[in-house]
Every structure is written in structure tokens, then in C-alpha cells.
Design a binder for this molecule. Structure first.
Ligand code: GDP
Length: 404
């Protein structure tokens, strides 16, 4: 009879009868506990021009005053600013990151506006991939910064989507879940809004823009999700102002002509957005980010690196193999460089030797010439000397004859 390591009880006491469960029915509880303990990351990218109501909507959605500092207008670059907030509802911890796009659509030349956004999204995929490729992975402790959703704020112009909106959405559609929303919906009348929505849907269809579709395969949420899909884009109103009405505190915008209640479905689609995004499909958005958008990035990136992630070979093995291959290539290249260097040194050496020999020959030649000339000069000198002696002799002889 063995003893349990935990509390010293005999194992017999646990298994009372054969009909008792072994205990793996508790696995979901263990999973839930673990997940709850870690908390859930949710990363929302708010995309839209300055003053469109991005921060107000986030405050409204999470019933908080995040106190987001107003963005600087003078800078012409599109930049992304992250705001981290740790939130808790009952036992559940949400590690919320709101990413604000600063200066989007504010520049004169807007054609490149979406590039920093694409880069940001891909950078987050890249750091996740790097973590995944590590031999010692710590994904459970890794803070996932991948963007789960892009709330695309459409200004309430009453017209239709602009070219910039289409270009941006097309650049983002394969990288992130796009949920388009009509911002500041209280700025236009109901009939105008209906027409505006129709125009937007038509434009999205015309350009085959893929926006987020709520899943309809789970029977529990299928009907509601079907309706959400039909009703998008939602026309929303945000407000940080709370007013008392019938003993209740409600979020609303007050005007001389009346009150727009944010959470009143007659007034706007805010409740639908919250229901669809936070209450029904938050997990699906996280899941789609991983299994569709990140997966596509990973696949493209790995094949660019020459890695194929197939069933026969694990990614780790493929990565290690690639690393080995790269090391061998580097060694080969190093060897080539060394050989080249030696060859060039040898060539230079023989060139120098050749030059030295030439110089030596020239020197010998000059030496020979010089001694030849010297010999000739000496001969001339001797000849002259003999002639002079002869002359002197004759001169002496001549004068002695004259004396006699
Ligand atoms: P952001 O720059 O996109 O973050 O915009 P803000 O949230 O700071 O909002 C800019 C201004 O628009 C503020 O004065 C808000 O009170 C106002 N605003 C925000 N949401 C709405 C809305 O739904 N309707 C109306 N009419 N005004 C709004």
C-alpha cells in the first residue's frame, strides 16, 4: 500500500470503488485556474484620425477613465503609442494594451500612412516567432503583444470610404482582425447613417476587403454572430460623461435638444459592439490572431528563411539544421577568403621577386658599363700620360741640342 506524496494518505482512500472517476475530469478546472492566474492579454489597435473619438470609445467600452494624454498634432509621422492597463473583473485578469495611432490621416501625403502600422503588427509577430524559435522557449511567461483586433474608426461623413481607408484595410486584412466602426454616430441623422452604412458595405464588397467575420459554427452563438455580421459596421457613440436617469447612472452625451444614451440600442450600436467584441468573440479574435494571421506570417517568414515547417520535421529540427547549414557556409566562406588571401600574397611575392631581379640585373649592367667606361678613361689617361712624357722627353732633348 503506497502513501500519497502530498498528504501521506494511503492511495486506497482515494479510490473508493472502481466506479469512481480517476480524476481527469478535473483537467478543465486545472486549465481554467492556470489561465486565470496568468491573466489574458488583449491588444487593441485603435486606428483613425486624431479627434475621431478613439480614446473616448475605449474609456466607454471598459468603463474606465484611462486618462490617455492627447496626441501631438505637429509631428507629421504616423506613430503608434501603447497604453498598458491591468484590469480585473471577478477572478479574471485582463492585461489590456490599447495601441493608439498618432497622426493617422493627418499628413498631406497620406499614401504611406499604413506602412508604420503594418510594421508594428509584423514586429509583434516577429518577436513571438523569435520566442518560439528559441531552444529554451518560455511562451507561457511571454507577454503576447500580437494585435488581436484593429478597430477601424470611420469618420461620420455620410459619404463613403476614402481611398486611404481601402488601401489601409487591404494592407491590414491578412495581418489583423479588422472591425470597422462608424465613429461619432450622433453627428449624422438616422436616414443619413443608413445610407452611409450601405455605401460603406458596397465599397468594402467592391474592393473585396476582408473584415472580421464572427464565427457561426458554434450553435450557441451562431444566430447572434450571424446578426452581428449582417449589422457591421456598427455606428457607435462614446462618452466619458455620466448622468443620472431614473435612479441609474448612465453614460451619455448631452445636447440642448436632448440626450444620446450610449447604451441605448435605439440611439446607437455601442451595445452591439460590446456584445460582439468583448462578450461573445474576444476569445475567437485571440484565437484567429494566432491560428490565421500569425500562422500566415510565420509560414511566409520561415519559407523566406528557407525553412519548411512540415510534419516530418519539427520546426526546431529544421531551425537547427538551417543554423548548421549557415555555420558551414560561413566556414566555407572564411576558408575561401583565407585561400584568396594566401594566393594574392604569393602573387605579390613573386611580383616583388621579379622586380628585385630586374633591379639587380640593371645594377649589374650599370656596374659593367661603369667599369668599361673607367677602363677606357684609364687607357686614355695612360695614353695621354705616355704622349706627355714623350713630348717632354723630346722637348728636353731639343733644348739641350740648342745649347750645344
Ligand atoms: P481621439 O483623438 O481619437 O482619441 O479622440 P478623443 O476620444 O480624444 O475625442 C475627441 C473629441 O471628440 C472629444 O471632445 C470627445 O468628447 C469627442 N467625442 C468622442 N466620441 C464622440 C462621439 O461619439 N460623439 C461626439 N459627438 N463626440 C465625440
Amino acid at each position: 500500500e503506497s502513501k500519497s506524496a502530498v498528504n501521506g494518505n494511503s492511495v486506497k482512500e482515494y479510490i473508493i470503488s472502481d466506479k469512481d472517476p480517476v480524476g481527469f475530469d478535473l483537467l478543465p478546472d486545472q486549465l481554467v485556474n492556470k489561465c486565470v492566474e496568468r491573466g489574458f492579454p488583449l491588444n487593441i489597435l485603435c486606428l483613425g484620425e486624431t479627434g475621431i473619438g478613439k480614446s473616448t470609445l475605449m474609456d466607454t467600452l471598459f468603463r474606465k477613465n484611462f486618462d490617455t494624454k492627447p496626441a501631438a498634432h505637429n509631428d507629421n509621422e504616423v506613430t503608434l503609442k501603447e497604453h498598458r492597463h491591468d484590469m480585473q473583473e471577478k477572478q479574471v485578469r485582463l492585461k489590456l494594451t490599447i495601441i493608439d495611432t498618432v497622426n493617422f490621416s493627418d499628413q498631406i501625403d497620406k499614401s504611406e500612412s499604413y506602412k508604420p502600422i503594418v510594421k508594428y503588427i509584423e514586429d509583434q509577430f516577429e518577436s513571438y516567432l523569435q520566442e518560439e524559435l528559441k531552444v529554451r522557449r518560455a511562451l507561457h511567461a511571454y507577454h503576447d503583444t500580437r494585435v488581436h483586433v484593429c478597430l477601424y474608426f470611420i469618420p461620420p461623413t455620410g459619404l463613403t470610404l476614402k481611398e486611404l481607408d481601402i488601401a489601409t484595410m487591404k494592407a491590414l486584412e491578412k495581418r489583423v482582425n479588422i472591425i470597422p466602426i462608424i465613429a461619432k454616430a450622433d453627428s449624422i441623422t438616422k436616414p443619413e447613417l443608413l445610407q452611409f452604412k450601405t455605401n460603406i458595405i458596397q465599397k468594402l464588397k467592391e474592393h473585396k476587403v476582408h473584415i472580421y467575420q464572427c464565427p457561426t459554427d458554434d450553435p450557441i452563438v451562431a444566430k447572434a454572430n450571424q446578426k452581428f455580421n449582417e449589422d457591421m459596421p456598427f455606428a457607435v457613440v462614446g462618452s466619458t460623461e455620466e448622468i443620472k436617469q431614473g435612479g441609474k447612472t448612465i453614460r451619455a452625451r448631452q445636447y440642448p435638444w436632448g440626450i444620446v444614451q450610449v447604451e441605448n440600442e435605439q440611439h446607437c450600436d455601442f451595445v452591439k459592439l460590446r456584445e460582439m467584441f468583448i462578450r461573445t468573440n474576444m476569445e475567437d479574435l485571440r484565437e484567429t490572431t494566432h491560428s490565421v494571421h500569425y500562422e500566415l506570417y510565420r509560414k511566409t517568414k520561415l519559407s523566406e528563411m528557407g525553412l519548411v515547417d512540415d510534419d516530418k520535421k519539427s520546426l526546431q529540427e529544421a531551425y537547427q539544421e538551417k543554423k548548421r547549414e549557415h555555420k558551414q557556409n560561413m566556414e566555407r566562406a572564411e576558408e575561401n577568403v583565407r585561400e584568396n588571401f594566401i594566393r594574392r600574397v604569393k602573387v605579390k611575392e613573386s611580383e616583388l621577386k621579379e622586380k628585385e631581379k630586374e633591379l639587380h640585373d640593371r645594377y649589374e649592367e650599370l656596374k659593367k658599363q661603369h667599369s668599361e667606361e673607367k677602363r677606357k678613361l684609364e687607357e686614355d689617361r695612360d695614353r695621354l700620360k705616355a704622349e706627355m712624357e714623350d713630348f717632354n722627353k723630346r722637348k728636353t732633348l731639343g733644348s739641350s741640342k740648342r745649347k750645344k
